[in-house]
Design a protein. Structure first.
Lengths: 279, 391
């Protein structure tokens, strides 16, 4: 009951801002408009995941090829929430050992291309890399750079597709069409659980509209954090992300080990000049 | 009491994903074989090398302080001058949010281009290591960084000069007369004890990464002067230079510029390298990224310049396989636009399992002008295969 109220409220607020679009549709009942309904659910998803400030985690990345052989790598991720723009993230590789100390810094943006730098310890060199690669694989995995970039509402156009149950949980099924012409996808379909607004599953469709990948989130855990406005709020993070490429048969799992929030990270920790210090 | 304290420090280190102490590094074996027979009777056609580079890292004060120690050694079967060791890093680092300080021996890299390292000046090139000069010798320094909203200021005081390494009598990739590194001479009476300094401002905003730097001190590139006993003596003069390095990143386009103005003892000159790298992401519906590189190299000294890059066009292609083994391949050709002279390179790399990396480098050189620096290398086309174990 509470959720649908929230949805209604958000739907109503939204109409205020997008009167033109709604007027074109000629609808009087806002929540019947699949675009507005999809948008309001995603706005609530973002609202619920706002206020965590910073987080750190170590994780294992398991790559499985079409023959079922696996290889593993260890990395650590630091994230900084940026109000009004995409988040900043720093990934540090511990294995494979030949790339130990390699650090990847990314400033994701809502409307413009992300800024990305790579530190190569062998040459002591920081390289600004092309942001055009967002559709490309992240460190040889089945995750594209854009899959790991922070979720921001204006990155997509939404359409509410209906309700579905996933593993006994009621979800909303929502279509996301990327606004960025450089996205590797024609669309994403995500399943958002109605209880906590967590993504349980996302399907990625390639630019020819064929199903490319399925990402499943599991082992969700709530992390209580004191937000800047004094409220104590729980943030949900999946400890396991499994992505399968239907076209190649390859798969990648991300297994998060220790999520910690509000660890005192600041803008200074995400300065390009700090990359060479990443340990 | 000490042992439990150390253990608890180590445990605390694990918990916070930081390490109180950490050892990593690599051991490698390299085979370098030359395609043509040697030009000079003492030289060989094959050389095998063993290399080792461990890195020790201690941190304390919640990683605000650290000591890093990285020795390096190479043992070469052919060339005594290529068998050498160096302290790449031995420095104390103190980190704060808005400033950093390091004291000791370290390596600092400046620059953005691929075909040559024009503005990179802090460290001496360890020339016996690689053909393109990307291996450096550790430089003693006191280095302060101030990190501000308007950019980063790096100030360096550099006491102690490192002399460039040159291939020995038996080694390949050398001048007809061997460079006698024991006979180095200096303009400054302080010789190797001359204290150099450098100052750099760098900043990233929007699509731009910009650096402007000044350096005053002993030139890293010596003048090679013929001596009476048929050797070349390195002469290190005093100089100052102003340089800039700029990269603009517009989606698939990386635009790059390095330029400098240098005042030497007898002359002053300008030089630049400018170009782009254009990346075709997901080439033909694959995972591959193909980068196309074009860089123009210019030096005001023209054909008198001791560098082959006085009026040269570099074209290259970088293939990133984006596979789990991090495989990549770079092919490049630098062609002189004034005289018949070029060099070509192929650099490939891939990983095996968790510990091994294979690097293959091949170079070819052509020149039919005996005043061209590449002329001495015209018989030194080679392929080098390196297998390294990382720990």
């Amino acid at each position: 009951m509470k959720q649908s109220m929230t949805t209604l409220l958000f739907g109503a607020t939204l109409v205020g801002f997008t009167t033109l679009a709604v007027a074109d549709q000629g609808t009087t009942e806002q929540t019947d408009d699949p675009a507005a309904r999809g948008l309001s659910i995603m706005q609530e998803r973002k609202a619920r995941d706002t206020g965590w400030q910073s987080s750190e985690a170590s994780l294992e990345m398991l790559l499985t090829n079409a023959q079922g052989q696996t290889s593993s790598r260890q990395l650590r991720m630091k994230n900084l929430e940026v109000a009004g723009d995409g988040d900043k993230s720093l990934s540090i590789f511990d294995t494979p050992l030949d790339v130990k100390g390699t650090a990847f810094l990314s400033f994701s943006h809502v409307n413009t291309a992300d800024d990305q730098w790579l530190y190569l310890p062998a040459l002591k060199r920081v390289k600004r890399i092309s942001s055009r690669n967002k559709s490309g694989p992240f460190m040889g995995s089945e995750f594209a750079y854009e899959d790991l970039s922070s979720f921001e509402v204006p990155k997509y156009q939404y359409r509410y597709l209906g309700e579905e149950e996933i593993a006994g949980q009621a979800t909303w099924k929502i279509e996301n069409i990327p606004n960025d012409e450089y996205s590797g996808y024609s669309k994403l379909v995500s399943w958002i659980d109605q209880q906590e607004y967590r993504v349980l599953k996302t399907q990625y469709y390639d630019r020819k509209s064929a199903l490319l990948k399925t990402l499943q989130f599991s082992d969700y855990q709530a992390h209580p954090v004191d937000t800047p406005n004094g409220e104590r709020k729980s943030f949900w993070r999946a400890n396991q992300l499994s992505i399968e490429n239907h076209q190649t048969g390859k798969a990648t799992q991300l297994i998060f080990k220790e999520y910690r929030f509000n660890t005192g990270l600041s803008e200074a920790d995400f300065n390009k000049s700090k990359l060479k210090r990443a340990r | 009491m000490k042992a439990p304290l150390l253990i608890s420090l180590a445990v605390a280190g694990q918990v916070t994903s930081s390490y109180a102490m950490d050892i990593q590094g690599s051991i490698g074996i390299e085979q370098r074989s030359f395609i043509s027979n040697a030009q000079f009777p003492e030289q060989g056609n094959h050389q095998t090398s063993l290399t080792i580079e461990p890195e020790l890292y201690w941190s304390w004060n919640d990683q605000q302080d650290a000591f890093i120690f990285t020795p390096y050694a190479r043992l070469d079967s052919l060339d005594n001058e290529r068998s050498h060791w160096d302290i790449q890093q031995a420095k104390w680092v103190h980190l704060q949010d808005s400033w950093e300080f390091e004291l000791g021996i370290g390596i600092v890299y400046w620059g953005v281009t691929e075909s040559q390292y024009l503005v990179d000046i802090i460290n001496q090139t360890d020339q016996v290591e690689t053909v393109n000069g990307d291996r450096k010798l550790g430089q003693p320094m006191a280095h302060l960084s101030l990190i501000r909203d308007w950019g980063v200021i790096d100030a360096f005081i550099l006491p102690g000069f490192r002399e460039r390494t040159f291939a020995g009598k038996k080694g390949r990739l050398r001048t007809p007369w061997v460079v006698d590194t024991d006979a180095a001479r200096y303009q400054s009476s302080a010789k190797q004890k001359h204290v150099d300094w450098a100052l750099r401002w760098s900043h990233s905003f929007d699509q731009w990464d910009i650096g402007v730097a000044g350096f005053k001190g002993t030139d890293r590139t010596p003048i090679l002067q013929p001596s009476a006993n048929a050797t070349l003596q390195p002469y290190y003069q005093q100089m100052w230079q102003l340089s800039t390095d700029v990269q603009a990143t517009f989606n698939e386009w990386l635009w790059k510029l390095e330029a400098l103005h240098k005042e030497e003892q007898e002359q002053s000159y300008r030089a630049l390298v400018a170009g782009f790298e254009y990346t075709l992401v997901g080439l033909a519906q694959t995972r591959y990224d193909l980068g196309l590189l074009l860089e123009y190299n210019w030096d005001q000294r023209g054909l008198d310049a001791p560098t082959p890059y006085q009026n040269d066009l570099f074209i290259g292609s970088r293939l990133a396989f984006n596979d789990e083994d991090g495989s990549s391949l770079l092919i490049g050709l630098a062609r002189d636009l004034e005289q018949m002279s070029y060099s070509g390179r192929l650099q490939g790399s891939t990983r095996f399992g968790q510990h091994w990396r294979l690097n293959i480098d091949a170079w070819l050189f052509h020149s039919n002008v005996d005043t061209d620096p590449l002329y001495a290398l015209r018989k030194d086309d080679h392929i080098s295969v390196q297998l390294a174990y990382y720990f």
